[in-house]
Design a protein around this ligand. Structure first.
Ligand code: PMP
Length: 331
C-alpha cells in the first residue's frame, strides 16, 4: 500500500528547526483513502472465519455530508463497495436521503446497491445503520461491516503501523492523527508502542471555529473538517494508546491544505490537512532532531463541494490566505 514520504521540513519562525515530518500517502490507495485497508481487513477476516463467501453480501450504513455535520463514515462505503466487488460479493449501503447525489452514484458505479432513507434518530428501526445491520442479519452469507465497532478496523491499522515502522527503519519519535472510528490511531499506536514504548502518540481533536473564538457552538461537531471527531468510546478507539492531544481549528486545516498544495504539490482532504497541522504543533513541542509521522487520509478531489470550494469556505469566513513557506497560521 502507500509509501511514507518526507512531507516537509518545517521552518519555525525565523529559525529552521531541523526536524523531519513524514506522511503516509493513504490517498494513493486504490479506493483513494485510508479506508481501503479497513474494508480489506473486514472482508478478509469474514472470509477466513467462514462468515462470508463469494456471492455473499457486505452491508454498511454511511452518513451523508449535508450541512455542517461530520461525515464520519463517508469513505468507508467506497472502499467496501470496491473490495466487495474484488471478492465476488455484493455490497449494500444504506444512507440518509439528504446525502450528496454524487456519493450514491459513485457507490452504484462500484456495483453497490444503495438505499436512501429519511434521516431519523439512531434509536429508530429505519435509521440507516439499523437498516444495514438488519439487512445482514436476516440473510445467510452476509456481514454487517460495522467499521466503528468491528475490531478488524483496528487490526487493519496494526499493519499500517508495521509499514510505518518498516518504512522509517524504526526511526520515529512521534505519531500524530485525528480519530473518527479510532481505528487508525488505535492500530498504529499499539504497533509503534510495542516496538518502542517511548514513541509519543498524539490525537487530534477538532476545535470548531466558534469554540476557538470563544462563542457557543450550534452543534458540538460544527466543523467542516470531515471524518474526525468522535463523541463516544468505540471498540476500536478503546484500544488506542495515546499520550496527549492537540486541538486544531477549521481555519488551520484550510490554510494547511493550501500550504501542502503549494509547498509539496499534495492535494489532500480536510482530515489529512488537520493531521498535518498536528505534526507542526507536535514539532514545536518536541523541538529539533525529531521525526514525526502522520497519515494523509484522503485526497482533495473528494472534498470539492466543501473543503476545497472557495464559495463554501467564504460562507464560513474561512477564505484561505496562505502564501509562501510561512507556517505561522498554525497556532
Ligand atoms: N479521515 C477521513 C476522511 C475519515 O472518513 C475518517 C473516518 N471515517 C478518518 C479520517 C479517521 O480515521 P479513523 O476512522 O481510523 O479514526
Amino acid at each position: 500500500m502507500s509509501k511514507t514520504a518526507v512531507l516537509f521540513i518545517i521552518a519555525g519562525g525565523a529559525t529552521l528547526i531541523a526536524l523531519k515530518i513524514l506522511a503516509k500517502a493513504e490517498f494513493l490507495n486504490p479506493g483513494g483513502s485510508v479506508k481501503d485497508r479497513v474494508a480489506l481487513e473486514i472482508i478478509q477476516e469474514a472470509f477466513q472465519e467462514g462468515r462470508l463467501a463469494p456471492g455473499g453480501l457486505v452491508t454498511e450504513g454511511t452518513v451523508g455530508s449535508t450541512g455542517q455535520w461530520l461525515a464520519l463514515a463517508r469513505l468507508a462505503g467506497v472502499s467496501l463497495a470496491m473490495v466487495s466487488a474484488a471478492f465476488g460479493c455484493k455490497c449494500f449501503i444504506a444512507m440518509p436521503d439528504d446525502a450528496a447525489v454524487e456519493k450514491a452514484q459513485m457507490l452504484e458505479a462500484l456495483g453497490a446497491t444503495v438505499q436512501r432513507l429519511r434521516p431519523v434518530s439512531i434509536t429508530h428501526p429505519e435509521h440507516f445503520v439499523n437498516v444495514a445491520r438488519r439487512t445482514a442479519a436476516t440473510q445467510p452469507n452476509a456481514i454487517f461491516a460495522d467499521q466503528f465497532e468491528n475490531p478488524a478496523n483496528y487490526r487493519a491499522h496494526l499493519k499500517t503501523g508495521e509499514e510505518i515502522w518498516q518504512q522509517t527503519g524504526g526511526r520515529l519519535d512521534a505519531f500524530v492523527s485525528g480519530a473518527g472510528t479510532g481505528g487508525t490511531i488505535a492500530g498504529v499506536s499499539c504497533l509503534l508502542k510495542a516496538k518502542n514504548p517511548g514513541t509519543k502518540v498524539t490525537r487530534g481533536v477538532m476545535y470548531a471555529r466558534e469554540e476557538a473564538e470563544g462563542r457557543r457552538l450550534k452543534h458540538p461537531f460544527d466543523t467542516i473538517t470531515e471524518g474526525i471527531g468522535i463523541n463516544r468510546l468505540t471498540r476500536n478507539f478503546e484500544q488506542a494508546r495515546i499520550d496527549g492531544a492537540f486541538k486544531g481549528t477549521d481555519a488551520e486545516a484550510v490554510e494547511m491544505a493550501r500550504y501542502l498544495l503549494h509547498h509539496d504539490g499534495l492535494f489532500v482532504g480536510s482530515s489529512a490537512a488537520m493531521n498535518a497541522v498536528g505534526t507542526v504543533k507536535a514539532a514545536r513541542q518536541l523541538g529539533p532532531g525529531h521525526t514525526i509521522v502522520t497519515v494523509l487520509c484522503d485526497g482533495g478531489h473528494r472534498h470539492l463541494s466543501k473543503f476545497h470550494n472557495l464559495e463554501y469556505l467564504q460562507q464560513w469566513g474561512l477564505t484561505p490566505t496562505h502564501q509562501g513557506d510561512d507556517l505561522s497560521f498554525v497556532l
